[in-house]
Design a protein around this ligand. Structure first.
Ligand code: ARG
Ligand code: ZN
Length: 872
């Protein structure tokens, strides 16, 4: 049941050509496959038997080899596939298989989403469509014919170019698609239904014209402009920054409402969760707009980093995901505020990924074993994987990095390769040795840097002493030192950057030892304040004994925007940790005015980017504060943070009113960086004002709710009112909001989330009631995320109630979903896996629920892996 990287063997057989014919019917679809196969000359296997992956749900009607129909003694069926006992060296294999898209609630393979047919094959969904060598190193040329009812399925799509079409009997029709690029089965896609589309075109750098089409339900046709613009920007950016051009004559995106993840990069036919492609000012928040831009770019960039060069096996997942996340985050940084984008990415990494590294599912970005690959589409593979690529970029600089990526794409175009191949290309192109660096691919856990310094003013020498260590993770007790870039600057008492040894104001130190000293010469005057890990140059935790005054100083003077924000976070953490401790000891809470005064000067500085001001004035989240402590006291953290927010709100009330007004605009909505920044600061100001609980500020929120012409302002006000103590206002705005948006599924999801994340006690009963609301269904992953995940992940106070009701609720949902949709069920386990971080009383309750899930009957491999590893 456990699959190991060390067991990898090249495939014994290859599939040169794959011809598929789908006869679509809701409950009984026939899949006719014709596979042109041969023994792999590179395989030493002498086997004559052929094993094909195939899910137990497949109904096999016919098998033939070279037109000879096989009888049931020629092959055997098991739960995971089909073995044909004796095959020639090269042959044509034909199968006819029956599947039931209508009953496919797991949303892997071919399924129906609101009446549309669509597919999701990554990682191992193709084996739910037909018998195949379902592994990424088996690459084949595909032709696909789709035949379906003409009225219900006027649109029939697959990868590549449409080469033929026609009518067939009984009001049906067909289209044949041909994809000239060899690809693994996980990149296969099929879509059919009554879809509408928008169309545009793009001329590539070599002058080829590409048709761009985005398909969606007719009612969503007005929400596709932003995705189209983002797509064209992505195509241009990949040409300019990586020299990568699109390769087919047509590029299609399809929006579907039932989707397990965000989106999928199928060759020439990307399939998207509606939440990652639809955008309109009325229905989508600024965050939503940015998400669409980022995901469209991500999937488009996969055409090179993923499709043209793909993964040899699923242990290499970060080869395409880490690199592609790095690429999309740089794209977003170029099109928006670079510093704000970095802050957002690092915030996610430090809460969710660091927590993963500290939990029972911790794994390196190239894992060495797994039970269910779907469980490894993680923050670690994606986000930490992107950080590792970013470190290579930092170590090489942009020019050598580009040389390395050119070499990688040229050398491996059309191949299925490994993370070692990626690093080798970077190393060969730059002449640098990445042997030690590769430990990042093998060792799990978040490294910890402890920094101290010495200063000898007479000699003019300032020294940084950096120690590194990495905590044990499951299966890895001892860790070897990492090779990592530490970008530093030194700031003098006037707040100016000192020139460093390299003549610049920022220098990248390369840490390779467990302890290392770095000397800076020619430093005079008072001891400088170090600005460490600028731009978050490595995914580590860093400790340096800053005083609160030094942090205030850095907030004001650091020339590195990221570290200016980081100083505000460190100060916030320090203040909040003192408050949490006081709360736990039953002492009166005393607020350090240095924090609110630092906030005041930031808020009054109109030269700063309002988006940065909003980031700096946001206290560290409860999730981040939780990540920083050994034992998480959810109530104390919540109380401390609420106290701090109220204190800041009262201290800066006048400034927040002024900022609110300054950032108001009479211009029509636009999702450009400047307007987004103003809305962010305006809504942050409103949030603080509402924290004062003064009626006039609640009225201001209500006025904003009533008058907003865009979802960002409307939803911000809705959240504040629903989470306020004004129950009348809360139920009024909830009713108005639902009434207005009941036809917009994605907006209704926001409505569900806002209620599920209400920290006021008693939310669980509301969540239970909402499960019976007509807007909710367990079959739609977006609904499950909006209601159940929002409750379990964004509402710690209610989820962690000491009567265990939150845990029991979640376990019930996991057991229910295990049967319906194992991937989604498995994701929901995450908050329970963190049991070791809570008090003994909570630990017992959480473990109890994990055990109850374990004992609940036939668990999917997805849920089994996470639950069993968490109970160790
Ligand atoms: N490759 C997709 C992306 O990152 C994600 C596919 C996820 N599939 C899955 N079964 N978990 O863009
Ligand atoms: Zn991806």
């Amino acid at each position: 049941q456990v699959i190991y990287l060390k067991d990898y063997q090249v495939p014994a057989f290859l599939i040169d050509q794959t011809d598929l014919r789908f006869e679509l019917e809701a409950t009984k679809t026939l899949v006719k496959a014709r596979l042109t196969m041969r023994k792999n000359p590179e395989s030493h296997s002498q086997q004559r038997a052929l094993f094909l992956d195939g899910d137990k749900s497949l109904v096999l009607h016919r098998v033939a080899i070279n037109d000879q129909v096989l009888s049931d003694k020629d092959y055997s069926r098991t739960d995971d596939g089909l073995t044909i006992h004796d095959v020639p060296d090269s042959f044509v294999l034909e199968t006819v298989t029956e599947i039931n898209p209508q009953e496919n609630t797991a949303l892997e393979g071919l399924y129906r989403s609101d009446g549309f047919y669509c597919t999701q094959c990554e990682a191992e969904g193709f084996r739910r469509i037909t018998f195949y060598l379902d592994r990424p190193d088996v690459m084949s040329v595909f032709t696909t014919t789709i035949e379906a009812d003409k009225t219900t399925c006027p649109v029939l799509l697959s990868n590549g170019n449409a080469i033929d079409s026609g009518d067939s009997e009984g009001g049906r029709h067909w289209v044949t698609w041909e994809d000239p690029f060899r690809k693994p089965a996980y990149l296969f896609a099929l879509v059919a239904g009554d879809l509408s589309h928008v169309e545009d075109s793009y001329t590539t750098m070599s002058g080829r014209k590409v048709v761009l089409q985005i398909f969606a339900d007719k009612k969503d046709l007005n929400k596709l402009d932003h995705a189209m613009t983002s797509l064209k920007n992505s195509m241009r950016w990949d040409e300019e920054v990586y020299g990568r051009e699109y390769d087919l004559d047509i590029f299609m995106i399809v929006a579907v409402d039932f989707f397990n993840m965000g989106a999928m990069e199928n060759k020439g036919l990307n399939i998207f969760n509606t939440s990652c492609v639809l955008a309109s000012p009325q229905t989508t928040t600024d965050l939503g707009f940015q998400r669409v831009e980022g995901v469209v770019a991500h999937e488009y960039f996969h055409n090179w980093s993923g499709n043209r060069v793909t993964c040899r096996d699923w242990f290499q997942l970060s080869l395409k995901e880490g690199f592609t996340v790095f690429r999309d985050s740089e794209f977003s940084a170029d099109f928006n505020s670079r510093t704000v984008k970095r802050i957002e990415d690092v915030s996610v990494l430090r809460t969710a990924q660091f927590a993963e590294d500290a939990g029972p599912m911790a794994h390196p970005i190239r894992p060495s074993s797994f039970i269910e690959i779907s469980n490894f589409y993680t923050m670690t593979i994606y986000e930490k994987g992107a950080e590792v690529v970013r470190m290579i970029h930092t170590l090489l600089g942009p020019d050598l990095f580009r040389k390395g990526s050119d070499l990688y794409f040229d050398r491996h175009d059309g191949q299925a390769v490994t993370t070692d191949d990626f690093v080798a290309a970077m190393s060969d192109a730059s002449g640098r040795d990445f042997t030690q660096f590769k430990r990042w691919y093998e060792q799990a856990g978040t490294p910890e840097l402890t920094v101290s310094d010495e200063y000898d003013p007479a000699a003019g020498v300032y020294t940084l002493i950096i120690q590194q260590s990495c905590p044990a993770t499951p299966g890895q007790n001892e860790k070897l030192p990492f090779h990592l870039p530490v970008a530093v600057g030194l700031i003098d008492d006037q707040g100016a950057d000192l020139p460093l040894t390299n003549g610049q104001t920022t220098q990248v130190l390369e840490l390779t030892e467990a302890e290392q000293r770095f000397e800076f010469t020619g430093i005079h005057g008072d001891k400088p304040v170090p600005s460490l890990l600028r731009g978050f140059s490595a995914p580590v935790k860093l400790r340096y004994p800053y005083s609160r005054d030094e942090l205030v100083f850095l907030m004001q003077h650091d020339s590195d925007g990221f570290n200016r924000w980081e100083a505000s976070q460190k100060l916030g953490v320090d203040v909040l940790q003192s408050l949490t401790a006081a709360y736990q000891q039953g002492e009166p809470l005393a607020f350090d005015a240095r924090l609110s005064e630092a906030y005041r000067s930031v808020l009054l500085d109109e030269t700063l980017d309002p988006a940065m001001v909003a980031k700096i004035l946001t206290l560290p989240s409860e999730a981040y504060l939780s990540e920083l402590v050994d034992e998480i006291d959810v109530d104390a953290i919540h109380a401390a943070r609420t106290f701090a927010r109220q204190h800041i709100a009262n201290a800066l009330e006048a400034e927040f009113i002024a900022a609110y007004e300054r950032c108001s605009s009479s211009e029509p909505y636009s999702p450009d960086a400047d307007s987004i920044a103003k809305r962010a600061l305006r809504n942050l100001s409103l949030a603080y004002l509402v924290e004062t609980e003064k009626p006039q500020h609640l009225s201001l929120a209500r006025t904003q709710f009533d008058n907003a012409d865009n979802m960002t302002d409307s939803q911000a006000a809705l959240g504040l009112l629903v989470h306020s103590n004004d129950e009348v206002a809360a139920s009024e705005v909830l009713a108005i909001f639902y009434e207005r948006w009941s036809e917009e599924s994605l907006v209704v999801n926001q409505w569900l989330s806002v209620q599920a994340s209400d920290p006021k006690l008693g939310t669980l009963n509301k969540v239970l009631a909402l499960m019976d609301h007509p807007a909710f269904t367990m079959r739609n992953p977006n609904k499950v995320r909006a209601l159940i995940s929002a409750f379990a992940m964004q509402n710690p106070v209610n989820f962690h109630q000491l009567d265990g009701s939150g845990y029991a609720f979640l376990a019930d949902r996991i057991i229910e979903l295990n049967a319906l949709n194992p991937q989604i069920a498995s994701r929901l386990v995450t908050p329970l896996t963190r049991w070791k971080r809570y008090s003994e009383q909570r630990q017992a309750l959480m473990k109890n629920e994990l055990q109850r899930i374990m004992d609940s009957g036939s668990l999917s491999t997805d849920v089994y892996e996470v639950v069993s590893k968490s109970l160790v």
